[in-house]
Design a protein around this ligand. Structure first.
Ligand SMILES: C[S@@+](CC[C@H](N)C(=O)[O-])C[C@H]1O[C@@H](n2cnc3c(N)ncnc32)[C@H](O)[C@@H]1O
Length: 420
């Protein structure tokens, strides 16, 4: 037996032990969640041990082809076209208007990864291809569209951005580095990806991003509403960069949270989208939400439009979109808004930062998403220490860090010092 197959057997035994331990753990427990992450990492270790460096490297390099096969079938709506029935390749080709031979290669790549059930050239949907359908209750269609289009194209220009920024690491002040991103180079615009997607001609991308975020976080952060004591927060809660309010939609689904009040703060175009989205939702939850347009990066507090002196400020999935200097500017503006005079004692005002953090045992999803955030807007997925340092540098004191059965953690902070 070669030493590499010895390793593979040891890893396979570890994998079996983990799968068995997960099978007997309580489905809603932290242990069950953590074992799932360990199973994923151990499967990958097993693959490396069995395949060896050459084949494994070729697989990683060519995974971009699988990503594009996924995009090909998803954007053509093949899962919807097949529906609950079955279709032969020429029929799918005719309905989608694409070359039969190209389609055959792509479908073969997909069925090799487990998508669609194929028998004698006839395809049916299965559990994997079903989530590519728009009408699936846990659809991943927009997530695939966004990751395989903006994410993929932006990442292909990461190296050009890194070269333009030059060496110097984090010691070189961000203002000395050109503000150019992978998306800027890939799509030819020069503002932030959010401003670009808010333009009327790119509205479809902005809407797709909104759905993609909901789908990806539904998958990776579904337990956040249950694992944090939202109902104990003091309202109103100002959600800075709250987007269309995807978090509020999840939190307000729970009866016990219906006493909370939220203000969604975001750039004006996104606020218009958010208002439209909430106008179609039941009043039981929509009556709990109000809106404030502005920019958390404006040069003065009054220009930001941030609601002032409120008890709770929330920043979710925002800081990872920005460089350290930009994060400090955002946090300092939020701190200034928090310090404005009001009836709530300053010592009771709270900042919540809800973010994905990089840890030594982070999953593959966290690591690939970090690449994507970097490519999209020069965003950085930080370690807890790096995030802590920025929050403290901006004048906050961290009170608690909550881990959840999710890729996100929640950092609770107050204003540093006796600021009143
Ligand atoms: C990744 S999304 C997160 C949305 C939301 N917090 C969530 O978790 O679903 C980042 C949000 O930051 C908003 N944003 C970007 N630049 C902004 C600015 N200068 N001021 C306020 N919001 C901004 C974007 O419009 C977008 O909605």
């Amino acid at each position: 037996m070669s030493s590499s197959s010895d390793d593979a057997v040891a890893v396979a035994e570890k994998l079996l032990a983990l799968v068995k331990a997960r099978a007997v753990a309580q489905a809603e427990s932290t242990e069950f969640y953590n074992k799932g992450i360990q199973v994923q990492a151990t499967c990958d270790r097993l693959l490396r041990a069995v395949m060896g460096p050459l084949e494994y490297t070729a697989l990683i390099a060519e995974s971009c082809q699988e990503s594009q096969a996924l995009q090909f079938v998803t954007s053509l709506g093949i899962a919807e076209i097949i529906g609950d029935g079955s279709l032969a390749l020429p029929e799918i080709s005719e309905k989608t208007g694409v070359d039969t031979q190209y389609l055959g290669v792509v479908m073969n790549c997909m069925s090799g990864r487990g998508y669609f059930q194929e028998e004698d050239g006839v395809y049916r949907n299965n559990a994997l291809s079903a989530v590519l359908r728009e009408d699936h209750p846990s659809s991943m269609k927009s997530a695939v569209g966004f990751v395989c289009d903006e994410g993929y194209n932006a990442a292909s220009r990461l190296i050009d951005v890194a070269k333009r920024r030059g060496s110097g690491g984090t010691d070189t002040p961000a203002e000395d580095k050109p503000r150019v991103t992978g998306t800027n180079l890939a799509f030819g615009f020069d503002c932030s990806v959010f401003e670009w997607m808010a333009k009327p001609e790119q509205a479809w991308r902005g809407e797709r991003l909104g759905r993609a975020m909901k789908q990806l976080h539904g998958m990776a952060n579904a337990n956040v509403p249950a694992d944090y004591a939202w109902s104990a927060l003091t309202s109103p809660i100002i959600d800075c960069g709250g987007g269309i309010g995807a978090l509020e939609m999840a939190i307000l689904k729970e009866e016990r949270n219906l006493g909370l009040e939220f203000t969604i703060f975001d750039i004006p175009d996104t606020i218009e989208n958010a208002k439209q989205t909430w106008s179609a939702l039941p009043s039981k939850s929509s009556s709990r939400v109000s809106f404030a347009p502005g920019s958390f990066l404006a040069p003065t507090l009054s220009e930001t439009g941030l609601p002032l002196g409120q008890p709770t400020y929330l920043i979710r999935h925002v800081l990872h979109d920005w460089t350290d200097a930009e994060v400090l500017a955002i946090l300092r503006n939020v701190r200034a808004a928090m310090l404005a005079p009001s009836n709530t004692p300053v010592s009771d005002r709270k900042l919540l930062v809800c973010e994905m953090l990089v840890r030594p045992d982070s999953s593959r999803f966290v690591r690939t998403t970090s690449m994507q955030l970097l490519a999209l807007n020069n965003g950085v997925t930080r370690t807890l220490d790096a995030m802590r340092a920025l929050i403290e540098q901006a004048g906050f004191v961290i009170r608690k860090v909550h881990s959840m059965r999710a890729v996100d953690s929640i950092i609770e902070a107050g204003v540093a010092g006796d600021a009143e």
